[in-house]
Design a protein around this ligand. Structure first.
Ligand SMILES: [Zn+2]
Length: 281
């Protein structure tokens, strides 16, 4: 009897250690239903999960969601209403509607491809491409591609693609309440910096980053009062148009890294509450 118990304990310990070494992206990537109960973004943007996420409908007034097969249209209620609000706000400038890229997974968490963040239901990618004036088919939503706003082989915008309309879209996106940061390619930030604005304060939230030349990435603040949700430190004061932006036009940020790639996140790397979020009904 004792021996059987001993085996059982060893088997349990082995399976537990296998489970804990399994990349969290596999565990969260397999979840296609949110937890029931209240919304709780847990942890930080690149190390967390979300309970009680809601799904963005595939279509709404002024927006259409892309890449439906990825099942990454989940997020906080705040994020879903932000998308609707942005579509409405941008329409005032004549923007014909927004194409919505990835949000997060049904329970958030790390993803098998594409993003380090987007884990707690507060990040969304929005295409720079205009929404067409008809309802896209499911196939088109898979196959249409987002074009880069940069001149081929450069870090600068192509003014034929990125102009006043796109700048105003970003202005609108940054003005809405609850926005923590918006990530764009350095060339896009530079184009915004060299534009005359009545109020430049929105530039503080527009942050240069790798990629982000065919879409921009909106990151919302943690909802008020959610203690498990960890905000990023606020962006440094100022418009970020000086030395900080210049750095992105040097070779420095594009040097290959000398440190080995970080191993994929496991459940143990995430806040403890994320294990409960993963296991919950
Ligand atoms: Zn993104």
């Amino acid at each position: 009897m004792l021996r059987i118990l001993g085996f059982a304990v060893i088997a349990f310990l082995l399976s537990a250690s296998v489970a804990s070494a399994q990349p969290a992206r596999e565990l969260f990537g397999a979840m296609h239903q949110p937890t029931t109960g209240p919304e709780v973004p847990v942890g930080s943007y690149a190390k967390g999960c979300i309970a009680g996420a809601v799904q963005l409908p595939s279509d709404g007034p002024g927006w259409q969601a892309m890449r439906l097969s990825r099942d990454r249209r989940w997020g906080s209620a705040e994020l879903v209403s932000y998308i609707g609000a942005l579509a409405q706000s941008a329409a005032q400038d004549g923007w014909p509607g927004i194409l919505v890229g990835d949000m997060g997974q049904a329970r958030g968490g790390p993803m098998a491809s594409g993003h380090a963040s987007h884990q707690i239901g507060l990040d969304v990618d929005i295409w720079f491409e205009r929404m067409p004036d008809y309802k896209l088919s499911a196939d088109e939503r898979e196959s249409l591609s987002a074009r880069s706003m940069l001149k081929k082989g450069t870090r600068d915008i192509d003014p034929k693609r990125f102009g006043e309309a796109q700048r105003l879209l970003l202005y609108r996106a940054a003005q809405l309440p609850g926005v923590a940061r918006i990530f764009v390619a350095p060339g896009i930030k530079r184009s915004l910096c060299s534009t005359t604005w009545r109020d430049r304060s929105f530039l503080n939230k527009i942050r240069p980053w790798y990629g982000h030349d065919d879409h921009f990435h909106v990151r919302l603040d943690c909802p008020a009062g959610v203690e498990l949700c960890v905000n990023q430190a606020p962006a440094p004061a100022g418009d970020g148009c000086g030395a900080e932006l210049d750095y992105w036009f040097t070779d420095e940020p594009y040097k290959p890294s000398t440190s080995p790639p970080a191993p994929p996140l496991t459940l143990a790397d995430l806040p403890k509450a994320c294990t409960a979020v993963l296991k919950a009904d």
